[in-house]
Design a protein around this ligand. Sequence first.
Ligand code: PLP
Length: 232
Amino acid sequence: MNTIAERLQSAYQQIAQQCTKLGSKPADVQLIAVSKTKAVADILSAYQSGQRHFGENYPQELAEKAVALSQQEGICWHFIGPLQSNKTKLVAEHATWCHSLDRLKIASRLSAQRPEQLPPLKVLLQVNISGEASKAGINPDQVLALATEVAALPGLELKGLMAIPAPDAHEPVEPAFARMQQLSLALRAILPQAKELSMGMSDDWPLALKYGATMIRLGTAIFGARNYERHE
Ligand SMILES: *Cc1c(COP(=O)(O)O)cnc(C)c1O
């Protein structure tokens, strides 16, 4: 059984190797350690091994952990789960990033609820790139319109796109990653600052890097298997 520190070091090494293979720079890839359902002590182990970016799926859980670990300098919270309008305040107050924005109504609330003393919340639009295989996210043909509206909100900073391509009987994951890369390029043509592309999880991140991912979200590969009991 490997420790969190060992798994992290191994992930950093594998990411560096994959970047070398692809001719890209490891410094341009952000590893987000997805800590949902994991204990604060586990997050602290990862922090002490040098990890600073953490991803959470549940607003309440993110807020509790952010408060518990608020003394850890430079720690950065990414909200990556589905977001209902009655939970936007928790994300606006405790996260630095929100990857799962898919509606103007949620965007307006996050913008209005972002505390004035904090910099704008960095947001990514979640795209439903696998059609029927997943429900969350906007359709690819709605991206540019929503991006333009979100970019105008004062409490938010639009940084790019996110997707969770789901392989299914009809299609493997690779064409979905390729479509996301094209969409990201189209977005950057109108909003150059929106250059981040959050895609790739424990099982498919090397392929995501091949198609231009700048943020990869690894849970199991860092913290081991999850126990969902506390959310059921
Ligand atoms: C849980 C989750 C991850 C991490 O998944 P692993 O397969 O454990 O790496 C990444 N992104 C999102 C949106 C998630 O919900």
